[in-house]
Design a protein around this ligand. Sequence first.
Ligand SMILES: O=C(O)CCC(=O)C(=O)O
Ligand SMILES: [Fe+2]
Length: 361
Amino acid sequence: MASTTSNISEQSKNSTSFTSVKALSESPELTSIPPSFTFTRNPNDEIVTDPEDDDPIPIIDYSLLVSGTPEQRAKTIHNLGKACEQWGIFMLINHSVSKSVMEKMADQIFAFFNLTEDEKQEFAGKDVMEPIRYGTSFNVSMDKVLFWRDYLKIVVHPEFHSPDKPIGFRDATADYCERTWKVGRELLKGISENLGLEANYIDRTMDLESGLQMIAANLYPPCPQPELAMGIPPHSDHGLLNLLMQNGVSGLQVLHNGKWINVSSTPNCLLVLVSDHLEVMSNGKYKSVLHRAVVVSNKATRMSLAIVIAPSLDTVVEPAKELLDNEGNSAAYVGMKHKDYMQLQRSNKHYGKSVLDKVKI
Ligand SMILES: O=C(O)CCC(=O)C(=O)O
Ligand SMILES: [Fe+2]
């Protein structure tokens, strides 16, 4: 086992090829996790609860936003704003991505991770700007501890990329991404209005015509000591919104009012997370949500699929001028080009919201 463990850290630091957590998890002799995967937890982070009955995770009805009466739309926009301010995460129901489209996408993600290790390694990449990147852990070049997670990240907009295998992956991804992109843009119209701006404000100023859409598929294989490992450490996402689907195995937790809260995993449900660039452009009115993926099972594989809806890479993201005045509402963040923000995230060895803190005034 020791040799596999040292291989993991050495290989992944020095070349693009690595041992996946999936391969490690499937090795018959594995009864404990290699020491490099032991995540030291802060005791304060160990208290986790379910949402209180009187403060549930907000639910937003997408159909009312796009085809409700003017009153229903206005109420939904109000609720959307409240959800972004108070939680930074909400459950989206009655959206336009059908169950069969979601299922097809989820099946293809599993099919990708079920390719042979050699086939997957073809897509192993190091640079954050590579359009297709299969990898493991969180940020291997910086991680001192390894994380119990394999991932596949693909840029799908403004230019569509896809691995050429498994069969059917490209079509399912193109369909799913086109639909979720549309959902994301509609939500951002509602959010613009909630900020008191014209509906197309975010679309226009964030240059979403050339906006960045990425998929990040995460695989958390069964783990012999789930309580010692971590899937993804606490972090917030770059971009405006993250539309997240899970496979029914739980593991996502969000920080809400200083407490870690379990987010249940309903298959085919879309969870929407407020990301860093929405915090910046709203000048802090909305806060990106701090979240983590814990490992819960020694039997089940967890899968999550994040769709990142983000400004174009050349957009300088800064607080909307319309939200600033001379009476106490001064800019709380400096502007930074989206691609520079991504590079900063990549070169950052700390978790949490430490990248966002670098642009905070
Ligand atoms: O697995 C999850 O639920 C969270 C994934 C995540 O945070 C991410 O991909 O950025
Ligand atoms: Fe995330």
